[in-house]
Write a protein that binds this ligand. Sequence first.
Ligand code: EPU
Length: 441
Amino acid sequence: MSSSYLIKGGKPLKGEVVLSGAKNVALKTIIASLMFKGDVVLENIPKINDVLDLIELIKSLGAKVEFKEKNTLVINSDNLQNNRVDLLFSSKIRVSFMLFAPLLRRFGECFVPNPGGCRIGARPIDRIIKGLVALGIKVDYDSETGYYHAKIINKPKGKYRFEKPSHTGTELLMLIGLMTDEKVEIDNIANEPEIDDLVLYLISAGANIQEERNKIIISKSPQLKQRESFVIMSDRNELVTYATLAVASQGSVIIGPIKEDLIISFLEIMRKTGAGVEKIAKDKFRFFYQGKVRPVDIETSPHPGFMTDWQPSWAILMLTAKGESVIHERVFENRFSYVEELKKLGAKIDFTDTKVENPENFYHFNFEENKEYQQTIKIHGGNELHNAILSISDLRAGAALACAALLASGESIVNGTSILERGYEDFVEKIRKLGGEIKKV
Ligand code: EPU
């Protein structure tokens, strides 16, 4: 189902945004909950399309799921009946491959579709499948049906070192580790704070997990059982969307709750632009325009670097900075789908060539020597934007396009907003509260 926004741009946005729970924790804690016995209560779960689709998926496996209040979810998976993940659901919810863990635990074998590519790159799961095999899981792939068949012969154990880190891969192998009778060690892991939140959730239910630098060690754990409800962390990506918009629109927005150490690299870069950044409480920041924004180059990288999810929003801020700035994307190989759309608003952006000495190591995707990549853009900022009809093709790019329309003069239409709503709760309502003119059409 698709939908559109009608946006009348040009107003400075002012007010306060209360952040929703992090999408990339909500999805993982919901899946992990299927490894628990009895009722599980998760708080601060955002009501976004990805979460709603995942709920339908786990219901199709036999889980009981109910929203008690707007953001409190109760899950009980004591009677899971189905060990085959539906292809249609899986095509909607990429992280459904994490279901390998609870389904293997419950049934000893399962059938999970290959999540395939998506619009921000090929997104293979080769490193993750290698990890499952290294820990002793038998995995066969049927290229005709597109399904993996995974089976536990012996309880998982041993070590696996990711060639290059993977965020969801780290989380899946950690869940697999919970089935060990001995020890599982995962090395060269991703270090995103969203993973730490999942670890906290599991430990609070009895899991034996030790996090070291770049390494996670899982020892034999008892059956997970929740002692008290778990509140998931705020969405850092949402913060960046509203913070950049506040400054780009020459406004002032207070955003929280958020822990400062989760957004340090963003705050540092934001300050370099000359934007106002003020910590007004332990977990609240004000982002505001205080005169001309300076162009600042960025390069994306996993935590603690400048996140790949933030770069489309950064591009929008840089459109308002007079002069040239460069964005170099290192994590995914196709994260500039918004460029052609922004040009419709009058933005001046070119793809440029960046010579990198050792691209196999420098980029986090599987770099192929003979393939053409477009990993760098140059933004010529400071030009007025005018209205246009825009089309969203991926989540973060979608939020950036809606924000760009909020900066442009006149009325714009943004199509494909159900993709944006996969990850942003109450986007229209939050923008309206800040004084933005936006409505669903
Ligand atoms: N990769 C492989 N093979 C693998 C695993 C990963 O080639 O087996 C590649 C990916 O294609 C990518 C790079 O390695 O080029 C890093 O991928 P990673 O596995 O770390 O990313 P992910 O787990 O698929 C999560 C978030 C993304 C976020 C990245 C980076 C979720 C559901 N998704 O993706 O969030 O950008 O980590 O932090 O947690 C979003 O929220 O819009 C989003 C895309």
